[in-house]
Design a protein around this ligand. Structure first.
Ligand SMILES: [Zn+2]
Length: 113
C-alpha cells in the first residue's frame, strides 16, 4: 500500500523533530496531501494510525488538508492552482495548463505537549 510507506516517512520526520526538541509526546499532526497525488485520505488515516503505534505520535490528533497543485496557464500567463489533472484555468477557463506534480504528502506542522 502506497499510503503506508508515505505515512512511515511522515512518522520518521515527526520522530526526528520530537527528538531534536526533546519532546515526549506529539498531540497533533497536520498533513498535506497533494490534490493530484492519488493518495486517499481515508487510507492515510488508517496507515498513519498503524505506523504511529509505539511512537511519540501515538494517539495524536491527525489533521489532513488537500493541497492544490501549482499550474501555469498559457492563456492568461499566470500561476494558478488546480485540484485535478483535467482542470481548466480558474481565472480564464482556458485549457492550456502546464500542471506541476506537486507534493504527495508532507508534514505541515506538529503540536507537542
Ligand atoms: Zn488562464
Amino acid at each position: 500500500m502506497h499510503e503506508l510507506s508515505l505515512c512511515q516517512s511522515a512518522v520518521e520526520v515527526i520522530q526526528r523533530q520530537a527528538e531534536q526538541h526533546q519532546v515526549a509526546r506529539v498531540t497533533g499532526v497536520w498533513l498535506e496531501i497533494g490534490a493530484l497525488s492519488c493518495v486517499e485520505e481515508s487510507a492515510v488515516r488508517f496507515s498513519f494510525d498503524r505506523v504511529c503505534r509505539g511512537t511519540v505520535a501515538q494517539g495524536c490528533e491527525l489533521h489532513i488538508a488537500i493541497k492544490p497543485a501549482q499550474a501555469w496557464c498559457w492563456d492568461c500567463s499566470q500561476a494558478v492552482e488546480v485540484v485535478s489533472q483535467d482542470a481548466r484555468c480558474p481565472v480564464c477557463q482556458g485549457a492550456r495548463l502546464r500542471i506541476g506534480n506537486g507534493d504527495m504528502l508532507v508534514v505541515k506542522s506538529i503540536e507537542v505537549e
